[in-house]
Design a binder for this molecule. Structure first.
Ligand code: 1HN
Length: 350
């Protein structure tokens, strides 16, 4: 070997390694596994069943209150490959949040960006920087980095939703900041209505003009809620237009066409009953959640049955595809914008 100038019997080599270690250095020529031909993720393919998520979240709701300090009642999906970390994948937090009838989760903000996707239920609303966003089944709600947010459930029924955050990415970059906020006065409103939705949610390709460029310069979408009716219509129209077996849409910033937030890409995919989707692999991980239908997901070399409310994790570069027994709607979040921004995004058909 070109780098071995001495034999292992040479006492000076042992002495060198001892001194190298004592100086908190490591010889590269003794390290392996740093550069692999392909990604070797610690995240493993995994599925959390709706049944477990909802019953355990409801039991938590009976036994555990929400107060300052705890702030949120959330069960984190902990990927078994991640050594006990409360993360669904190496780059994303996913968890089931439970808010009982009449409960409120207090205001705070943080640098990690969050989104909520409602798998079933309605009646609660989230206040994002003063803008009230009612939430119902199939809706996507954004709480971008450093926006104040608090959740209210004025209804008579408890409500649950899926939270996804880029927390592992922000934590890896040592950029986590958190602060509590002043809670809204006035308590729950009976008819919350989002100003952002009125302004930016008018319809396809229709954005406000004449407001000046400075109107919205944040790195995230000015529209903070995406309704099920909109995604449903787009998916149905796409299936009809292409005559294909599947349709896919990406949630975008209506002003720029970019992803809704800088670190997370949100998508909805529909597969016709009795059909299979394409199978692809891409760099970066994905969290998926079943809005409706039944079938199977292929993740790497594993298959998991899917039912409404199930949540699953797709590791980087693992083949990913869906098979629908019944007309299947799957919402998913990936870290693709991060990989794209860094020139690391790759995608391949399997
Ligand atoms: C958070 O702020 C919320 O605001 C939910 O609803 C889940 C998980 C980790 C860190 C912060 C929320 C969270 C979270």
């Amino acid at each position: 070997m070109a780098t071995s100038r001495f034999t292992d019997q040479d006492g000076r080599l042992d002495e060198l390694y001892g001194d190298v270690a004592a100086a908190d250095l490591q010889p590269l020529w003794k390290l392996s596994g740093l550069l692999t031909p392909e990604p070797v993720p610690r995240t493993v393919p995994y599925r959390w069943r709706a049944e477990a998520l909802s019953t355990l979240a409801a039991r938590s709701g009976e036994l555990v209150g929400i107060d300052r300090g705890g702030d949120r009642r959330v069960l984190a999906c902990a990927n078994p490959g991640l050594g006990g970390a409360p993360y669904a994948t190496s780059t994303m937090w996913a968890g089931m949040q439970y808010l009982g009838a009449g409960e409120r989760a207090p205001a705070h903000r943080h640098t990690p960006a969050a989104l909520r996707f409602v798998l079933a239920g309605e009646g609660a609303w989230t206040l994002v920087d003063g803008d009230p966003l009612p939430m119902a089944t199939g809706d996507l709600v954004l709480t971008p980095s450093m926006t104040f947010h608090e959740h209210h459930n004025p209804g008579a029924e408890p409500m649950m939703w899926l939270d996804v955050l880029d927390l592992p990415v922000v934590a890896a970059l040592d950029a986590v900041f958190f602060e509590e906020g002043a809670d809204t006065q006035g308590g729950p409103r009976s008819d919350p209505d989002s100003a952002a939705e009125r302004l930016w949610g008018a319809g396809p390709g229709l954005v406000p003009g004449g407001l000046g460029k400075a109107r919205h310069e944040a790195a995230h979408s000015p529209l903070l809620v995406y309704r099920r009716a909109g995604t449903d219509k787009a998916l149905a129209a796409q299936l009809a237009a292409t005559g294909g077996t599947e349709a896919q849409i990406r949630y975008t910033n209506p002003q720029t066409g970019a992803d809704v937030m800088p670190t997370m890409r949100c998508e909805m995919r529909r597969v016709r009953a009795g059909s299979r989707s394409r199978t692809t692999r891409q760099t970066g991980s994905r969290v998926g959640a079943v809005l409706a239908g039944a079938g199977e997901v292929l993740i790497g070399d594993q298959r998991f049955a899917l039912a409404p409310g199930d949540v699953f994790a797709v590791p980087s570069w693992a083949p990913y595809g869906l098979a629908a027994e019944e007309h299947l709607d799957v919402f998913s979040v990936s870290d693709a914008p991060v990989l794209e921004a860094l020139g690391l995004y790759r995608e391949r058909e399997c």
